[in-house]
Design a protein around this ligand. Structure first.
Ligand code: NAD
Length: 544
């Protein structure tokens, strides 16, 4: 009998390990990298806890060595998606009634496993499969994933504690019901932590999920599934479905039991899923919760009072870490003309100091972009800039596909503030810079606000605090995560809840309590202690 009132205070963030040569974590990681590099894993679908092999096979390869196969996976068809809906709805009967502290315990156990015995395995899979170096894997697949598990438990305890006041002669309370159906989690390639969070947040709140992982993050995502099982997650609560997003999205949004979408990825994909849900609206039990974090065109705005050294550091790391494939990566910069030559010089020095290559050579700062489609898209944008009279490539620009999908850190300078690469999301290591007349900084701020349809992240640099305040105000809707004298990336769970509005999503903020509210439908309950019987009790002025 569990009748204790447990509260979970806000946790500390999971420390990022340094992985210095010779350290225990580095030895374990290198061993695991070798093991995974030399193994080809067979990845099945997992439905109702059972491994399902369809025989329709596709491959997972290394972005830094595209001829090297890491895994082969079984792609689901319509039949398996329908089986997964049935399995989820069956698991829901018990899971939705499981005490929330038990669900919390499973989340917290996931964090402990990942922090210890599973750390090297999930980091190595993220490095090899998604093309991350040690640090990028540590901050994502180890630290941030642990933080999501632990913080969400604390946020959930705050939500369950939100109770109304009692009036005289009655007891009032809120019951936070899970949604009446299943959640479809459609996850991106670029963060293992996001993939985990999109499934586990609704599940923590008592829901069941169908998980459509990205085909280019399958290895780490499959290992997460195995870890959830070891942590005690019951069969069928999450059903793992590698396969075509289009097909899985269609079958799920046509289901009577579709109750919500938890999505991170491109704006176009999110819009298409939202449109399918709208088309099928009459078929659902309830209005589905549609939560999506999507694209960005994240900016750095530099005021003339800024420190050029700090700007160059923010631009280089903000635009090029993980090859610019963070939704928050800086991809356009507005800078005073007088400061630009100095900052460009600093960027050139930094570029000459970093190496590019595979993830098993730990001296590489830059690795490869995720796949061929991405490589081609980035290459086309760079070629277009080379051929334009309004732009020039002033740093990098070389693309080499011979071994892996390698693109050099690239800076494009443009005289047109609406140049193609100032507007469109590229999702690669390309920063476009628009140098503006120093005295016209307010006009440049307006351009920054109006140039792109997105509103995800952005930052302002300046020592003039009043000017910074004015710029922050003028860019109020330009970014859901806004940084002052810092790069626009690197949000930390519990400190900077993440997400944007405009074409960047529904701004439901992963890493904060707001997101968890989307996965419950509260029931307000009033219990009257002594029920009235006299119909005139509330009408004392009526003469009887
Ligand atoms: P993507 O849209 O190509 O894919 C995301 C997921 O959707 C994948 O699992 C994919 O298989 C699936 N999918 C693709 N087409 C589908 C369809 N027609 N129906 C249903 N599902 C479909 O995005 P990606 O390349 O994995 O990730 C990059 C994008 O994600 C960028 O636009 C980036 O800005 C965005 N992103 C945003 C955030 C954020 O918090 N705002 C975080 C990470 C990534």
């Amino acid at each position: 009998m569990n009748n204790s009132l447990i509260t979970f205070p806000l946790p500390a963030n999971e420390p990022v390990k340094a992985c210095l040569e010779g350290s225990p974590e580095r030895i374990a990681l290198d061993k695991e990298l070798d093991r995974q590099y030399n193994t080809v894993v067979e990845i099945p679908a997992i439905i109702g806890g059972k491994e399902v092999r369809t025989g329709k096979i596709a491959e997972v390869t290394c972005p830094t060595e595209h001829g090297h196969v890491l895994a082969r996976y079984h792609m689901v068809g319509e039949k398996e998606v329908k089986m997964a809906i049935d399995a989820a709805m069956k698991a829901r009967e018990e899971w939705s009634r499981t005490p929330w502290t038990t669900r919390a315990a499973i989340n917290l156990k996931c964090a402990e496993l990942l922090s210890t015995t599973w750390r090297a395995r999930i980091n190595a899979a993220t490095m090899l499969g998604q093309g991350k170096n040690i640090y990028q894997a540590e901050i994502d697949s180890a630290a941030e994933t642990c933080d999501f598990f632990r913080y969400n438990v604390s946020f959930a305890s705050q939500i369950y504690a939100m109770q109304p006041k009692d009036a005289k002669n009655c007891i009032d309370h809120n019951e936070f019901r899970p949604l009446e159906g299943f959640i479809l989690a459609v996850t991106p390639f670029n963060f293992t932590s996001i993939a985990s969070n999109l499934c586990m947040t609704p599940v923590l709140m008592g829901n069941v999920a169908l998980w459509k992982p990205s085909r280019t993050a399958l290895l780490s995502n499959y290992y997460l599934m195995l870890m959830y099982k070891e942590a005690g997650l019951p069969d069928g609560v999450i059903n793992f479905l590698p396969g075509s997003g289009e097909l899985i999205g269609k079958v799920c949004t046509e289901s009577h039991y579709f109750a919500g979408l938890h999505f991170t990825g491109s704006t176009a994909t999110f819009n298409s899923l939202w449109a399918s849900a709208t088309k099928n609206l009459d078929n659902y039990i309830s209005y589905p919760r549609i939560v999506g974090e999507t694209g960005g065109k994240d900016f750095i705005f530099v005021h003339p009072s800024a420190d050029p050294a700090a700007v160059a550091h923010a631009a280089f790391t903000g635009a090029f870490e993980y090859q610019g494939q963070k939704c928050s990566a800086a991809s356009r910069m507005y800078i005073p003309k007088s400061m630009w030559p100095d900052v460009l010089e600093r960027l050139k020095v930094m570029a000459s100091q970093v190496k590019m290559g595979g993830v098993r050579d730990h001296d590489n700062f830059i690795n490869a972009v995720i796949d061929e489609a991405s490589f081609k898209r980035i290459e086309a944008q760079i070629e277009n800039a080379r051929g334009s009279k309004d732009a020039k490539v002033v740093l990098g620009g070389k693309c080499d596909r011979s071994v892996g999908w390698f693109v050099e850190p690239t800076v494009i300078e443009t005289s047109d503030p609406k140049f193609k690469t100032m507007v469109e999301e590229i999702f690669g290591p390309v920063l476009t810079v628009y140098p503006y007349e120093d005295a016209k900084w307010e006009e440049a701020v307006k351009l920054c606000d109006e140039t792109s349809p997105y509103g995800l992240t952005g930052s302002v640099f300046g020592k003039d605090r009043l000017a910074v305040e004015k710029i922050s105000e003028m860019l109020c809707y330009a970014a859901g995560n806004f940084y002052i004298n810092d790069r626009p990336t690197g949000a930390v769970v519990g400190c900077q809840p993440f997400g944007g509005a405009r074409a960047s999503g529904t701004d439901d903020k992963a890493g904060g309590p707001f997101n968890l509210f989307r996965w419950v439908c509260p029931r307000s309950i009033k219990e009257t202690l002594v029920s009235p019987t006299d119909i005139f009790a509330a009408y004392p002025y009526i003469k009887r």
